[in-house]
Design a protein around this ligand. Structure first.
Ligand SMILES: [Zn+2]
Length: 442
C-alpha cells in the first residue's frame, strides 16, 4: 500500500497534464484501473471506472489537471510568450524550468525569464513582474528554429518541471502538482482496494479535466456519471508555515486528512460531513476540519449538477501548491485513502437517501419505525439523553422546537439534551421531535 502509493505519486506528479491536455494522467488512470471495472469517458475528456453492484451511485473524483501554461506567441528571435492555465503567483515563476509538449509528443525544456534585474532601474526591481512581461527561453535563435526544428507552435501546453523527491524527514515528499495528483493517486488506490471487496453501492471512480480553470470538467463529468453522492479528493493548500498561527492551522502536515466543510464554491452536505467525521472517529483516522475563506474545488460543480448532489471534499494538505515544489506528508495521504474507503463502505442505500431527505414527516417516520419512534415528550427526551439502551435509538430528530417554546421550557430542554446526546452518540442524525406531552399547544 505504502510502496504503491509512493510509486503512483511519483508517476502522477511527474506527468505532464495541464488543463485541457490531461492525456498522460488519463493514461495512468486507465492503466491502473482497467481491470477494476467498466471504463468510460465523457466528451470533455474526463474518465470513469464503474465498479460494484446496483446500489446508490457514489462518485469518488479527483481532477487530473495541474496548473500550467500555454504558448501564446513566439517572438521573431525565438522566445515564447505564454498565458497561465490556472492560478499562478508571479513570485514563484522566474528561473523555473518548464517543458513544452509538442504535437509530436516531444518535450522541450525551457526556463521562465524576464529582463534581468541588472538591467532594471532601481525603482522597478522591487516590483512584481507580470506574466505578460515574462518569456520562456528554449535556447532557439529564431521563430523558424522554434517551429521547424523544435516543433513548438502557438497553443502548445507547457508544464512545470520538478522531480518527485523524498525529503530528509520521513514521509515528507516534494514535487510539483500534488494538487491534485494526491487526489488522483487516492482515486486509483481506492478503486483498486474497493473493487476487490464488497461495498453496498455503485462506485464511479472519476478523473476530471480542467478543474484549475474554473471547475469545468466536473460539470460534464456529473452529467455523465449521474452521482447520488460525490466525494472529491484534493490536494489543497496547507497553512502551517511562518505567517500563520500554527495552533489554528486547519491544514497542517501530519495532522490527517482534511474534511472541507466550506469554501466559496461549495458548502458540503452537513449530514455527509457528520458521517465522514463519525467514520474517521470510529476508524481512528486522523482528520482536520477545514473552513476556507477562499479557493474552490470540483465540489463547486458537482453539488449543483442535476437536481443537486450531496458532496464533500477530502484533502491532503500540501505546502506551496501551484508552484514547482509542493510538500506533503505521506501519512496524510494514507489517511485520505483510508477515510475514503471507509466512507464508501458506509454509503448504502438508506444512508445515501438520508443525506437528501428534506421532507421527512413525523408520520412517515412512525410508520417506518413503528413503536420505537413514538412521540417524544419532555420526559422521554430526558430518558433518551440518559439511556441509549432503553430506546435503542439510532436516529433522533428535532424538527420544531418552536412549537413548544411557549411552555415549560421544552425548547431549552431539547437544546440541552441535544448537545448531551450528540456528545454521547456522535453518529446520531437528529430529527425533530414534536413534543407529545405538550400537545395542547399545537
Ligand atoms: Zn486542486
Amino acid at each position: 500500500m505504502r510502496n504503491k502509493a509512493i510509486s503512483l505519486l511519483q508517476e502522477l506528479t511527474e506527468a505532464h497534464a495541464v488543463p485541457g491536455h490531461e492525456d498522460e494522467v488519463r493514461a495512468i488512470f486507465v492503466n491502473e484501473l482497467e481491470d477494476c471495472g467498466e471504463l468510460g469517458a465523457d466528451a470533455s475528456g474526463s474518465v470513469f471506472c464503474e465498479t460494484g453492484g446496483n446500489g446508490p451511485r457514489v462518485m469518488v473524483a479527483g481532477h487530473m489537471d495541474e496548473v500550467g501554461f500555454m504558448v501564446q506567441n513566439i517572438t521573431v528571435d525565438g522566445f515564447l510568450q505564454f498565458v497561465a492555465l490556472g492560478g499562478w503567483w508571479e513570485h514563484s515563476l522566474l528561473s523555473q524550468r518548464v517543458e513544452i509538449l509538442t504535437r509530436s509528443e516531444k518535450k522541450i525544456l525551457g526556463v521562465v525569464s524576464s529582463r534581468p534585474p541588472h538591467f532594471l532601474p532601481q525603482s522597478q526591481r522591487a516590483n512584481l513582474i507580470p506574466i505578460e512581461q515574462m518569456f520562456i527561453d528554449v535556447g532557439a535563435a529564431s521563430r523558424e528554429e522554434v517551429e521547424r526544428d523544435f516543433g513548438i507552435y502557438v497553443g502548445d501546453p507547457i508544464a512545470p518541471v520538478s522531480a518527485f523527491t523524498a525529503m530528509a524527514r520521513e514521509d515528507y515528499y516534494m514535487a510539483k502538482a500534488f494538487d491534485n495528483r494526491v487526489g488522483m493517486a487516492a482515486v486509483i488506490q481506492c478503486g483498486q482496494i474497493l473493487s476487490g471487496s464488497s461495498h453496498p453501492n455503485r462506485l464511479i471512480l472519476t478523473g476530471t479535466v480542467m478543474e484549475e480553470v474554473g471547475l469545468r470538467g466536473a460539470k460534464t463529468a456529473a452529467a455523465y456519471g449521474r452521482p447520488d453522492v460525490a466525494i472529491v479528493l484534493e490536494g489543497p493548500p496547507a497553512d502551517d508555515t511562518p505567517g500563520f498561527s500554527r495552533h489554528e492551522a486547519q491544514g497542517a502536515l501530519g495532522r490527517g486528512v482534511q474534511i472541507r466543510v466550506f469554501d466559496p464554491t461549495a458548502i458540503a452536505n452537513p449530514r455527509l460531513v457528520r458521517l465522514a467525521i463519525a467514520v474517521a472517529q470510529e476508524e481512528r483516522i486522523p482528520y482536520q476540519v477545514t473552513v476556507r475563506r477562499s479557493g474552490g474545488t470540483d465540489a463547486g460543480s458537482f453539488h449543483l449538477s442535476g437536481t443537486g448532489v450531496p458532496s464533500v471534499v477530502l484533502g491532503v494538505p500540501a505546502r506551496y501548491i501551484h508552484s514547482h515544489n509542493s510538500i506533503i506528508d505521506l501519512e496524510d495521504y494514507l489517511s485520505m485513502v483510508a477515510l475514503t474507503n471507509a466512507l464508501v463502505r458506509r454509503l448504502d442505500e438508506e444512508t445515501v437517501k438520508e443525506l437528501t431527505r428534506f421532507l421527512w414527516g413525523l408520520r412517515e417516520r412512525r410508520i417506518r419505525h413503528g413503536g420505537i419512534h413514538k412521540r417524544l415528550t419532555c420526559h422521554s427526551l430526558r430518558n433518551v439523553a440518559s439511556s441509549r439502551r432503553e430506546y435503542a435509538w439510532n436516529e433522533v430528530r428535532i424538527t420544531s422546537w418552536s412549537l413548544c417554546t411557549g411552555r415549560f421550557g421544552f425548547a431549552r430542554l431539547a437544546y440541552r439534551h441535544f448537545w448531551k446526546i450528540s456528545r454521547s452518540f456522535p453518529r446520531f442524525v437528529w430529527f425533530i421531535v414534536k413534543c407529545g406531552g405538550c400537545s395542547r399547544h399545537h
